[in-house]
Design a protein around this ligand. Structure first.
Ligand SMILES: NC(=O)c1ccc[n+]([C@@H]2O[C@H](COP(=O)([O-])OP(=O)(O)OC[C@H]3O[C@@H](n4cnc5c(N)ncnc54)[C@H](OP(=O)(O)O)[C@@H]3O)[C@@H](O)[C@H]2O)c1
Length: 329
């Protein structure tokens, strides 16, 4: 019998346990199905999703089987393709999103469907695009949901981005500016300059009274809020929205889902729209192309090698990343 080839992977064997429950193990290299590519991972990044799943906070989303290799974001090189794959061949540099039901980005190799894989130029560093698959795509789809076209062809809107210094928020500010909008953004005092440099027109410190009330300095009402922070109630958004204003909520809580239902049922013009990422290769390709053309950049909070992934995980749990936490292989 042929010996199975092994790889270094990070796995956890039970729920909760935090960073110290991450184990470094040798596991078989996965085999791509017909519609999948096998990617040698060059970089990944940690998302709050990763540790929220480990904690069981996103129930009913749970790893279907344990042990589980966490991680969704992948930037790497294709080493093998399934028989039905047409767009990619071994040697291609790519960016891709792992199917969360299978898991698998925090390992030397990952199998990913062709349909959620995008090409990147060989000269684009993996660390510059490893944050796009979850945080970038979430920002992209939130702006789509707000009716903002990235070619700037949509009517000019006033946008608020909350937690604009975070992974999703820092991409959302840049994409919103491509979409011909006036952007107000919230972040902590230490990141005001950075968020301004990403293109925001007004930046407010979320720890000041006006920041906590989400009030634009120039008195603007928001046509859309890309809401990436947590725990802000509808009553705080409501007075700041224009008559048809929408809150696109990327962190919907149970009470946010209730608000969504009530606003829908009462035909309210002001709406709350929960957003759940739906990874798509063509959206990811748009983001990679924007990076290639110098129109979108990744702010890197920190970089860790795979053997220090526990530190990267703890940094994300802490909730104070500025931009993306990158894991390099
Ligand atoms: N629905 C989906 O499909 C989906 C997809 C992706 C992400 N998400 C969720 O979206 C949220 C954001 O994700 P992320 O990757 O951007 O997180 P992140 O990078 O960990 O966000 C951290 C940043 O948020 C800032 N922040 C925290 N609370 C804030 C507040 N009240 N006002 C302004 N800034 C605040 C922090 O600033 P300080 O350090 O100054 O406090 C920090 O810079 C997470 O809850 C994540 O689970 C959902």
């Amino acid at each position: 019998m042929a010996m199975e080839k092994l790889m270094h992977a990070v796995r956890y064997h039970g729920y909760d346990g935090g960073p110290s429950a991450l184990k470094h193990e040798q596991v078989p290299i996965p085999t791509p199905n017909k519609d999948e590519v096998l990617i040698k991972v060059e970089a990944s990044s940690i998302n709050p999703f990763d540790w929220k799943v480990q904690k069981g906070m996103l129930w009913p989303i749970l790893p279907p089987k344990l042990p589980y290799i966490p991680g969704v974001d992948v930037a790497g090189e294709v080493v093998e393709v399934g028989s039905g794959v047409i767009k990619f061949k071994p040697g291609d540099k790519v960016v891709a999103a792992v199917n969360i039901l299978n898991g698998g980005a925090l390992a030397e190799f990952a199998v990913i469907k062709e349909s959620v894989t995008a090409s990147r130029p060989p000269e684009m560093p993996a660390s510059e695009c490893a944050g796009l698959s979850v945080a970038g795509l979430t920002a992209y789809q939130a702006l789509q949901s707000a009716g903002i076209k990235l070619d700037g062809s949509s009517e000019r809107k006033n946008i608020l981005v909350t937690a604009a210094s975070g992974g999703v928020g820092h991409y959302a500010v840049q994409l919103a500016k491509l979409g011909n909008t006036h952007v107000t953004a919230t972040c902590g005092a230490r990141n005001l300059k950075l968020v301004k440099s990403l293109g925001a027109d007004e930046v407010i410190d979320y720890k000041t009274p006006d920041g906590a009330a989400l009030k634009s300095t120039s008195g603007k009402k928001y046509d859309a809020v890309i809401h990436c922070a947590m725990g802000i109630p509808w009553s705080t958004f409501e007075p700041n929205l224009s008559s048809n204003g929408k809150v696109i909520d990327v962190t919907p809580s149970a009470s946010a889902l209730m608000t969504f239902a009530i606003k829908k049922l009462t035909f309210s013009k002001k709406q709350l729209v929960p957003l759940f990422l739906n990874p798509r290769g063509e959206n990811l390709q748009c983001l990679v192309d924007l990076v290639k053309n110098g129109k979108l950049k990744t702010v890197i909070d920190s970089k860790y090698p795979l053997n220090k992934v526990e530190e990267a995980w703890a940094r994300s749990v802490d909730g104070h990343a500025t931009g993306k936490i990158i894991v390099e292989l």
